[in-house]
Design a protein around this ligand. Structure first.
Ligand SMILES: *Cc1c(COP(=O)(O)O)cnc(C)c1O
Length: 392
């Protein structure tokens, strides 16, 4: 008999069972979930673009002209003008020779890693990397070497000791559970010295970091050269700060062409709906025009951090909208999240083994659509819940 019940029961017993909630409202600071209203601190819609009228209009208009489904894969007739326009605009924006659109960031990571390396090659990965990077490496059949979080000494040793074959160093740009940023300058330098490719997954940095919102690569002055020189390839998602859906990889002509030719999660799947590409294009334009969103977000991050400091709420070092409040125990993290939920605040507990045992936390995310008053409410509730041990 094909039995799954004991496996599910084990998950339940060890407190790892996950439950979905159903929203009765669009993304936003105020959400309705299972019929109750909450002030939300768990969305990746960092700039508040998911419900922006320009995006909604662009999507509706494009659907009117192009229909809903792309109807085929990109290589077999599904690639259309709206896709092409978005790719052109993104490549100009990123300063890379070319970009390639994907239906999701997960698929982009699978395609990139599995088509650029294979047996006999090595993928070096930060221990805190996103699951999709780990899965991409597994699919590639290259050897996976992980290094302790942001530890450049270990990475340097790994790169020096590896011989033969191609090497990729893959890292999150902004780490999704910790909110800190990869030491990109150092990683890139090590890659240049060792003829390795730096592959950066900037799902949480794109449209949030950098003067114009180019993300973590904005900190690299030679970025365009690194792209065209084949030292740097970056992946950004359109479903987080851009409020839309999809992802893209930016890099050299040759890298992108390789992904088109060999990326199985690019080739063997239906193209993104054109209307989604149009919405993403509108989002890119709004993001570029409305720099105030990024500025406001960063001032809210400051405000939150200062408030935590004043109230003795323990945070990790993070300058991004991902602000983990450290709890240090699964049951307590869940209890604190539950307490906040009773007070109408939506915050998720991140438990081990998703994060290391002892570093269980609440993952708070801020958005440009929050106001300081919203953050005040959260800060007071957090301080109280932590004092009560989350047992209220
Ligand atoms: C969300 C995320 C992805 C996946 O992107 P999707 O477009 O949601 O599939 C990949 N990497 C990181 C670091 C992410 O946070």
């Amino acid at each position: 008999m094909f039995d799954l019940s004991s496996q599910l029961a084990t998950r339940k017993d060890s407190g790892l069972y996950r439950n979905r909630m159903t929203s009765n409202s669009p993304q936003g600071v105020q959400v309705v979930i299972d019929g109750r209203e909450y002030l939300s601190f768990c969305s990746n819609d960092y700039l508040g673009l998911a419900t922006h009228p320009e995006l909604i209009h662009a999507m509706g208009e494009c659907a009117g002209n192009w229909g809903v489904g792309a109807g085929a894969s990109h290589l077999l007739g599904g690639h259309s003008e709206p896709h092409e326009e978005l790719e052109q605009a993104l490549s100009v924006f990123m300063g890379s020779e070319r970009v390639l659109l994907f239906s999701t960031g997960y698929m982009a990571n699978l395609a990139a890693l599995s088509s650029l390396v294979g047996r006999g090659d090595v993928v070096h990965q930060d221990r805190l990397n996103h699951a999709s990077l780990i899965d991409g490496a597994a699919l590639s059949r290259a050897r996976l070497q992980r290094y302790p979080h942001a530890d450049m000494n270990v990475l340097a040793k790994q790169l020096e000791s590896g011989k033969g074959g191609r090497r990729i160093v893959a890292s999150d740009g902004v780490f999704s559970m910790d909110g800190d940023q990869a030491p990109l300058t150092e990683i890139l330098e090590l890659c240049r010295q060792n003829d390795a490719l730096c592959y950066i997954d900037d799902a949480h940095g794109f449209a949030v970091l950098g003067e114009q919102g180019r993300g973590i690569v904005d900190s690299i002055e030679t970025c365009s050269k690194d792209y065209s020189g084949g030292h740097l390839l970056s992946m950004c998602t359109l479903g987080k700060a851009l409020g839309s859906f999809g992802a893209f990889v930016a890099g050299s002509e040759e890298m992108i062409e390789t992904l088109i030719q060999q990326g199985r999660s690019y080739i063997y799947t239906t193209a993104l709906p054109p209307a989604i590409a149009a919405a993403s294009y509108a989002a890119l334009k709004v993001m570029m025009m409305e720099g105030w969103r990024r500025e406001k977000l960063s001032s809210l991050v400051e405000y939150f951090r200062t408030g935590c400091q004043q109230r003795g709420i323990p945070l990790l070092e993070s300058a991004t909208p991902i602000q983990p409040v450290m709890i240090g125990d699964n049951d307590r993290a869940i209890a604190v999240a539950e307490t906040l939920k009773h007070q109408g605040l939506l915050v998720f507990a991140i438990r081990s083994p998703t994060v290391m045992a002892g570093s269980e936390r609440l993952r708070i995310t801020l958005s440009a659509t929050h106001e300081e008053e919203d953050i005040d409410v959260l800060l007071d509730a957090l301080a109280n819940a932590l004092e009560d041990g989350g047992s209220a």
